[in-house]
Design a protein around this ligand. Structure first.
Ligand code: BTN
Length: 285
């Protein structure tokens, strides 16, 4: 925690001094080569794609991280903008390969949400994961995740780009999100060194990625499902501009919601193009 509100820039030296467990999980990370820090980018996810196109065949068990102080055009899910043209938040993309059957890949975003949740826990902040993978504190969004997959030429293994935006030191937000967004600063009145926050996030992420790629995948999916707390709930949802009142029967392993409709039929709703009306949960149950 920083006492004075002094700007501390992202730096490899600082990150190195915070990191403790880097090489432990076979992810063979060399902080100098594999953590790329930029003052300003269009978007860390976009930069990751550029790097993947040019440079890498990121080998199995390898990960690259791209962080920017500011993003000129941060991207959110469903084509939304993610306002990040400031150095108050942590804007980071993790790039890695996942040598798993294709149907096991979409769920990978849960490790981002769980890593954010654990990171917030380091500052005694309780958070909830909102389906599919927003992280909320006291009902307001503190972090969002944009996961993209790229098939790199000459490689059968898809590269995953997982972009995480975590609000850290913001004390105000744009008008249109001021009621729905929050930051660590707003919740705890503490001003943080983003190098430290990144180091927690990174460490948690690596641990979870290791678990996901190994035997514990099913366990993590169960933890995520429990955390979402949606099964058995009645809810209004919008899918492709149509509203449904449904009973949620299950969350499938690819993240889709299996629901019972009013007419008794079942239907699955994908994460893409579906949004839940969380207010309706209380009212309909
Ligand atoms: C969402 O909730 O809509 C997802 C937001 C994801 C934002 C992050 S910030 C780092 C990375 N780069 C981007 O352009 N987007 C993601």
């Amino acid at each position: 925690m920083i006492k004075k509100r002094k700007k501390i820039k992202l730096s490899r030296e600082k990150i190195n001094s915070y990191l403790k467990i880097v090489d432990k999980y076979n992810y063979n990370i060399k902080t100098n080569e594999d953590i790329l820090i930029f003052d300003e980018l269009i978007s860390t996810n976009t930069q990751a794609k550029e790097i993947l196109k040019k440079e890498i065949n990121i080998s199995k068990e390898k990960i690259k991280i791209i962080i920017a102080e500011k993003q000129k055009k941060g991207r959110g899910r469903r084509g939304n903008n993610w306002f990040s043209n400031n150095d108050k938040g942590l804007w980071v993309s993790f790039v890695f390969n996942l040598d798993l059957p294709r149907e096991e890949i979409p769920q990978i975003t849960i490790i981002g949400a769980l890593a954010v949740q654990k990171t917030l826990g380091e500052y005694n902040i309780n958070s909830k994961i909102k389906w599919p993978n927003d992280v909320l504190v006291n009902g307001k969004k503190i972090a969002g995740i944009l996961t993209e997959m790229l098939i790199v030429e000459k490689s059968n293994i898809p590269a995953i780009i997982m972009g995480i935006g975590l609000n850290v030191n913001q004390n105000k937000f744009l008008e249109n999100i001021s009621q729905t967004a929050t930051s660590i600063f707003n919740e705890k009145n503490i001003y943080l060194d983003k190098n430290e926050v990144f180091s927690f996030l990174f460490t948690n992420f690596i641990k979870l990625l290791h678990e996901y790629s190994s035997v514990n995948r099913k366990k993590l999916i169960e933890i995520w499902k429990k955390e979402l707390n949606l099964i058995g709930k009645k809810v209004k949802l919008n899918h492709n501009k149509k509203e449904y009142k449904v009973l949620i029967l299950d969350i499938l392993n690819n993240g889709e919601l299996l629901c019972k409709l009013k007419n008794g039929k079942t239907k699955t709703f994908p994460t893409f193009g579906t949004s839940l009306n969380f207010e309706s949960i209380k009212k309909l149950n």
